[in-house]
Design a protein around this ligand. Structure first.
Ligand code: ZN
Ligand code: ZN
Ligand code: FE
Length: 760
C-alpha cells in the first residue's frame, strides 16, 4: 500500500438519480486523480474512492458544492475501508442489493438551456424536435410506471433507442448518459395535429396549430401531466368561446408567455417572481396585472393578478416561438373534473371544447396539473403544489417509527405518505366530489405506495364523516386509524412545512372544517403542537341557512347575519335584500329556526356575508370567489379598522355580528366600498394580533402559525404578519405546501407521525 493512500465508501442520499449525478461524480473523481467507482443503489448513490486523504476531502466537499443543477444532496455519509489498489474510475451499472429501497424520484423538470440551444440549432440532429431532453431536464414523475427509474419502467419503454441515442445514453461523458427518456426524431415520440375526429392535418403540426390559434380556434395541447386547452389571450371571441365550452364562467385562466420580456408587458414583478417564473419547476406564478395588459377581458375578469407561466417543455417553446404572443393555457377538463391525460379519454371529453388537438404518442402515466404559486416576502407560497414539485419529499423534524398515510380533506385534495423523516405529498388531485376524481385519488395512492415502498400502518383522516377521503380511510383494514381535526391539521401542516413541532398559537381561518363539537369551524384560535390542540378562541357561530347552499350563495350568509343583528325584523333598506327578495324571507326563517342550518364560526363565510352586503357578489361560481373579489376591491392605503368586541371566557369569542353592524353603518354613511373592504381586512388582522396577545399573556407562547384557505388572501396575510411582528411574535406561514386544504394531508400525516413517535 502506498503511504498516505486511503479508501472511503461514501453514501449519498437525496435526489441523485436521473439528474446526471454519476457522470458528475465520474468527472470530479477523474479530475482529482482518484480511483474507484460510482453506482446507483436503492437508496441513492454509492461511491468508493481511493487516493490521498487531502484529495478525498476535496472530493467530498465538492460533492455538495458542485452538484448538478437538479440534484438535491440531502446527506453524505462516509466510512474508511481497506484500499484495493484499483486503477481508473468506473461508473457501474445499477445494482439493487438491499430490500429496503427508498430512491427519491425527481419531479418533471423544465427544458434546460443546453437542450434549448440544440433545439434551435439548425445543424443539430434534434433541431426543432419537441421531445428533446437530457439528464438535467424533461419528464420524470409523469412517465414513471414503476421503480427503479429505468427506461423499461417508464412510458418510453415502447420506443427503441436508435444507434445515436444509444451511444449518448451509454457514454459517461455525454450529458445524456443514462437519461431514461432520451430520444430523437429518428427514434422518439412524434407530434401530430388532428381535428376532433382524430384525422391528421397536413403540414408542420406546430406551425399549423399556431395558425389555427391565430384564426381564433381552441387547440388542445398534450403536455407533461395532461392535456391543456389553448387560445390566443388577446382574442376575446376565442377566449370567451373556450370559457363557455368549458363551463368555466369566471375563474381566471393561466397564460403562457414566451419569456420574461413578454411577461413584463402583462404584469409587474420583481426578482424573486422572475426567478420562480423561470425556475426548473415551471409553475404558474400569480403576478400583479398591468392595467394596459393586452389580453382579452374574459381571460381573467375582475382580477388584479394574472397567472403566468413560461414554456416548460420543448413543445411549448416551439409553440411560443411560432406564436410570439401570449396564449391562454388552461387544464383540459370540463368544469371540476380532473385534467384529461389519456388520449382516448381526452378526445372524448375535450372534443366539445377543442377544435383541434396537438398530440403525440408518448403516454402519460400519472396526471399532474400545473402548480400555482404566489410570492410572499420574496418567498414562494404554493397555492397548488403539483407538477414540478411532487413527488419531491418534505422533511419531518424527526423519523417516524411507523409508515403513515394522510388522506387529506375534500376540496383541493392531496394525500401524503410518511416513511422515516420523509413526507411524500402527492400532486394536486382535485375536489373529491365525483367518481373521476375519487378514482384518480385511489390510483394515485396505490402508485405512491409502490414507488416509495410504503404500506401504511397508520392512516390519518379528517373528522368530517361525509368526506370521501374519510370514507376511504374507514374502509381500510388492518391499519390504525387516527382522526385529525381539520384546523389542527392546517396548523400541523404549517408547523411541518417550517420543520417545527410547536407548541404555537395558531390562527386557522378557512371556509369550513368539521369541529369536535359537531359544528362547522373556520375562525379558530388554537394552542397546538403536532400531538394535539386546545381550542382557545373562535368567532361567534352563526347559522349557514340551507347548509351547502350557503357556500354557493353568499347572500344567504348575509341573511343569516342580518337575522341575528335584527331579531325583531330588518330596519332599513338593503340592496342585498332587494336583489334576493324572492327567497329572502324563507332563508331568514331557516336561519332563525336553525333548520337545515348548521352553525359555523367560519371567517370565509364572514367574507361571503360582507361581499353580498356590499353588492360585490351574491352567488359564486368557483370556490372562494366572493372573498377573492372582496380582496381585489380593498383600498391598499386605508389603515383604519372596526372594533368588534372580543369576549373572554372559556374561549376568546370574537363578536363577528358587530363587524357586520359596522359595515352597515359605513354603508349608510356612503363610505366607498373600497374603504369598507379594506377596513374588514384591517379588522381581522388587528383582532388576530389582539387575541394572540391575550393568549400569549396566559400561556407564554410567542410563536404564531397562520394557516387555512383565508390566508391565501395577500392583503390580509401581509397586514396580519406585520401586526404580529410589531407586537413581537415570531410568525410561521406556509412556504412549501398550500395554506388551503391542499396542505391538509401533510398536517394529518405529521400528527400521526408525532403520535407514533410518542407511543414508541
Ligand atoms: Zn436538457
Ligand atoms: Zn434516437
Ligand atoms: Fe380548510
Amino acid at each position: 500500500m502506498l503511504a498516505g493512500m486511503s479508501r472511503q465508501r461514501i453514501f449519498i442520499n437525496g435526489i441523485v438519480q436521473g439528474v446526471g449525478f454519476r457522470p458528475f461524480v465520474h468527472s470530479l473523481a477523474t479530475c482529482l486523480g482518484l480511483r474507484g467507482f460510482v453506482v446507483n443503489d436503492t437508496t441513492g448513490v454509492l461511491v468508493e474512492v481511493e487516493g490521498s486523504s487531502a484529495e478525498i476531502a476535496h472530493f467530498v466537499e465538492r460533492l455538495q458544492t458542485k452538484a448538478p443543477r437538479l440534484a438535491v444532496v440531502e446527506s453524505i455519509r462516509s466510512e474508511p475501508i481497506a484500499t484495493t489498489g484499483e486503477q481508473g474510475f468506473a461508473i457501474l451499472a445499477s445494482f439493487h442489493s438491499d430490500t429496503q429501497h427508498l430512491a427519491l424520484i425527481s419531479p418533471d423538470i423544465a427544458t434546460c438551456v443546453d437542450c434549448l440551444r440544440e433545439m434551435f440549432d439548425s445543424a443539430d440532429r434534434r433541431y426543432l424536435y419537441p421531445f428533446t431532453n437530457c439528464t438535467n431536464c424533461g419528464p420524470r414523475f409523469t412517465i414513471i410506471r414503476d421503480i427503479p427509474y429505468d427506461r423499461p419502467f417508464t412510458t418510453m419503454a415502447g420506443f427503441e433507442m436508435c444507434h445515436d441515442c444509444a451511444q449518448e445514453y451509454n457514454d459517461s461523458g455525454n450529458r445524456r448518459f443514462h437519461a431514461q427518456p432520451i430520444c430523437c426524431p429518428a427514434c422518439g415520440p412524434r407530434l401530430r395535429l388532428t381535428d376532433r375526429d382524430r384525422i391528421s392535418q397536413s403540414g408542420d403540426p406546430v406551425r399549423t396549430a399556431a395558425k389555427l390559434l391565430r384564426d381564433g380556434c381552441v387547440v388542445a395541447v398534450k403536455g407533461l401531466g395532461g392535456y391543456h386547452l389553448a387560445a390566443i389571450a388577446n382574442n376575446e371571441s376565442a377566449v370567451a368561446k373556450l370559457r363557455s365550452r368549458k363551463h368555466r364562467e369566471e375563474k381566471p385562466f393561466a397564460i403562457m408567455v414566451a419569456d420574461e420580456a413578454m411577461a413584463r408587458r402583462l404584469a409587474e414583478f420583481g426578482h424573486s417572481e422572475q426567478n420562480t417564473l423561470a425556475s426548473a419547476r415551471g409553475p404558474i406564478v400569480l403576478l400583479r396585472r398591468r392595467d394596459d395588459a393586452p389580453i382579452a377581458r374574459s381571460a381573467a375578469p375582475g382580477n388584479r393578478f394574472l397567472g403566468l407561466m413560461v414554456p416548460y417543455t420543448p413543445l411549448h417553446h416551439l409553440l411560443c416561438s411560432e406564436l410570439a404572443e401570449p396564449f391562454v393555457l388552461t387544464s383540459g377538463n370540463v368544469s371540476d373534473e380532473p385534467i384529461a391525460y389519456a388520449d382516448d379519454d381526452a378526445f372524448e371529453r375535450l372534443s366539445p371544447i377543442a377544435d383541434y388537438f396537438l398530440t403525440h404518442d408518448r403516454p402519460i402515466n400519472m396526471r399532474a396539473e400545473d402548480s400555482v404559486v404566489r410570492m410572499f416576502r420574496e418567498r414562494s407560497m404554493p397555492i397548488r403544489r403539483s407538477r414540478g414539485y411532487a413527488p419531491e419529499p418534505l422533511r419531518l423534524p424527526w423519523k417516524s417509527p411507523r409508515l403513515i398515510l394522510g388522506c387529506g380533506a375534500e376540496l383541493k385534495s392531496s394525500f401524503c405518505l410518511v416513511k422515516n423523516d420523509y413526507a411524500f405529498m402527492s400532486h394536486h388531485i382535485g375536489d373529491l366530489e365525483n367518481f373521476e376524481t375519487l378514482s384518480a385519488y385511489i390510483k394515485g395512492i396505490a402508485h405512491f405506495q409502490r414507488l416509495f415502498d410504503v404500506t401504511p400502518e397508520i392512516v390519518a383522516h379528517d373528522l368530517h364523516p361525509e368526506y370521501l377521503s374519510t370514507k376511504y380511510a374507514s374502509e381500510m383494514r388492518g391499519v390504525e386509524l387516527i382522526g385529525v381535526q381539520h384546523h389542527h391539521a392546517h396548523l400541523a401542516s404549517c408547523l411541518a412545512d417550517n420543520g417545527e413541532q410547536g407548541p404555537v398559537i395558531g390562527a386557522a381561518f378557512d371556509g369550513l372544517g368539521y369541529g369536535t363539537d359537531g359544528t362547522m369551524w373556520g375562525g379558530e384560535f388554537l394552542v397546538a403542537d403536532l400531538l394535539g390542540f386546545e381550542r382557545v378562541g373562535s368567532f361567534e357561530a352563526v347559522a349557514m341557512p340551507g347548509g351547502t347552499a350557503a357556500i354557493k350563495q353568499p347572500w344567504r350568509m348575509a341573511a343569516a347575519y342580518l337575522a341575528r343583528l335584527f331579531p325583531q325584523g330588518l330596519r332599513g333598506e338593503f340592496g342585498v335584500v332587494r336583489r334576493n327578495r324572492r327567497q329572502w324571507e324563507a332563508v331568514t326563517q331557516l336561519a332563525r329556526a336553525q333548520l337545515n342550518s348548521p352553525l359555523t364560526s367560519s371567517v370565509g363565510r364572514l367574507f361571503d356575508a360582507v361581499a353580498a352586503i356590499l353588492g360585490i357578489r351574491d352567488v359564486i361560481n368557483y370556490e372562494g370567489q366572493a372573498a377573492i373579489e372582496l380582496e381585489q376591491r380593498a383600498a391598499p392605503e386605508e389603515s383604519s379598522a372596526y372594533q368588534p368586541s372580543i369576549e373572554s371566557g372559556p374561549l376568546w369569542m370574537v363578536r363577528s355580528t358587530e363587524i357586520i353592524e359596522a359595515v352597515l353603518e359605513d354603508m349608510s354613511a356612503a363610505v366607498p366600498i373600497e374603504i369598507i373592504a379594506a377596513r374588514l381586512h384591517n379588522t381581522l388582522a388587528a383582532l388576530i394580533a389582539t387575541v394572540c396577545e391575550a393568549i400569549r399573556a396566559q400561556r407564554g407562547l410567542t410563536a404564531v402559525a397562520l394557516s387555512g384557505g383565508v390566508f391565501q388572501n395577500d392583503f390580509l396575510l401581509t397586514r396580519t404578519v406585520c401586526k404580529l411582528e410589531q407586537r413581537g411574535f415570531r410568525v410561521l406561514t406556509h412556504r412549501q405546501v398550500p395554506t388551503n386544504d391542499g396542505g391538509i394531508s401533510l398536517g394529518q400525516a405529521a400528527v400521526a407521525a408525532a403520535h407514533a413517535r410518542q407511543g414508541r
